[in-house]
Write a protein that binds this ligand. Structure first.
Ligand code: AN7
Length: 379
């Protein structure tokens, strides 16, 4: 038998760096270990030399980074005998919650904004057997209701306010450091609730720390006494750069946004749950927040698909759109090492992608003659 070690998910892979013990029953779908791809074709179109890698989180089991957090959140929910989990979601959290709840044999309740989630995500929640509750409101309304109902009913919240979610998600930073041999200079992420940018910062901070003094003030789990320090990249952490869609950009406006709008429905969030933590990340890392409009988001999504063969959903593409903007404006020095997280798969939202596709679909009779001329005409 082939002796190559079978990959069995991020909890098994990073046991010693997660709040898990030997008796914990792990609920996993083999999440994590996603590709880090150097986007050479796009790099070669820039005026400046920078190395850009994308971490393709769309290749997680349910097609988004949420699985990293959900394996931990559901594992810990089961450990404490929970029979049901609940979340509000712009789509990806609900898809992930449905799958992990199915795997664990418990019920998932998901609150989604009526008509504002991508088809692929809705179908995932439905086939996973989640109880889908469509509310006549947006994500922020759903999140408020989830918090209220969880106070009254025996359900565990698996949104990123659950600190185990961020513990799982921090492992993306470990993988990046292992592959690059060091942290990047800049790490770009789309920001909605700001859980993921916080989780990455926790991960990078644990790698940078060499003793058990406070690693980062942004960690809700260790509360200032981290036992997961690793010291593999002493003192070195990236600048964290968070991008938001212009119509849904509370971090750029400096206050909450009551009616968020953007084509990138995943990040159509006006009241981020990790508001305070994200500002700590911003300050500790020396990074920044900025915005892109829907046009820039869609252009970056198209560029990744056409030039690199990488299909991500609109919200994810904002991280590359942000890099392109900051390279052009001169914010990024020559020879910088940059990682962009592509948070979700393009297949999640086929409608938006088809609407802006310009690829030819040629209809011909089923004859050799016609197919041959269709090829020659389009060479
Ligand atoms: C593809 O599913 O909030 O800043 O309810 O699906 O950690 O919130 C999704 C968020 C980026 C933003 N990219 O991450 C949900 C949800 C994609 C996403 C984000 C989301 P956070």
């Amino acid at each position: 038998m082939n002796s190559r070690k079978r990959y069995t998910g991020l909890i098994d892979n990073y046991r010693h760096r997660l709040p898990i013990n030997n008796k914990t029953k792990v609920i996993s779908l083999g999440e994590g270990n996603t590709p880090l791809i150097k986007i050479r074709n796009i790099m070669s179109t820039l005026d400046k030399h920078v190395d850009i890698y994308v971490k393709y989180e769309g290749l997680n089991p349910t097609g988004s980074f949420k699985d990293r957090g959900m394996t931990m959140a559901v594992t810990k929910a089961i450990e404490s005998d929970a029979k049901a989990i609940i979340c509000a979601s712009t789509g990806n959290t609900s898809a992930s919650a449905a799958a992990y709840a199915a795997r664990a044999g418990i019920t998932a309740f998901v609150l989604i904004p009526d008509g504002k989630i991508a088809q692929g995500k809705l179908v995932q929640a439905m086939v996973g057997g989640a109880v889908v509750i469509q509310i006549k409101g947006n994500f922020d309304d759903g999140m408020r209701l989830v918090k209220e109902v969880a106070d009254k009913a025996p359900v565990t919240i698996v949104n990123s306010i659950n600190p185990f979610r961020l513990q799982g998600q921090k492992t993306a930073a470990f993988e990046i450091i292992e592959e690059l041999g060091k942290p990047p200079d800049f790490h770009y992420l789309p920001v909605g609730n700001a859980g993921n940018i916080t989780a990455h910062w926790i991960g990078y901070s644990e790698c940078a720390a060499t003793d058990s003094k406070q690693v980062t003030k942004a960690c809700a789990y260790c509360k200032g006494d981290c036992s997961y320090i690793d010291g593999s990249s002493p003192g070195v952490r990236p600048k964290m750069v968070g991008y938001q869609a212009s119509g849904s950009a509370p971090f750029i406006r400096g206050n909450m946004v009551d009616k968020p709008e953007t084509i990138a429905t995943a990040i159509r969030i006006g009241h981020p749950q990790s508001w305070d933590y994200a500002w700590i990340v911003d300050e500790e890392s020396g990074g920044w927040f900025d915005e892109c409009n829907d046009e820039e988001i869609l252009a970056a999504q198209k560029m990744l698909a056409e030039r690199e063969g990488i299909f991500c959903e609109p919200a994810s593409a904002i991280s590359l759109a942000g890099v392109l903007k900051d390279v052009e404006s001169g914010k990024i020095p020559e020879n910088s090492l940059i990682v962009c997280t592509l948070t979700g798969h393009g297949l999640k939202d086929p409608d938006t992608a088809i609407k802006q596709s310009t690829a030819p679909v040629v209809q011909v009779e089923a004859t050799l003659e016609k197919v041959k001329s269709a090829i020659l005409d389009n060479m």
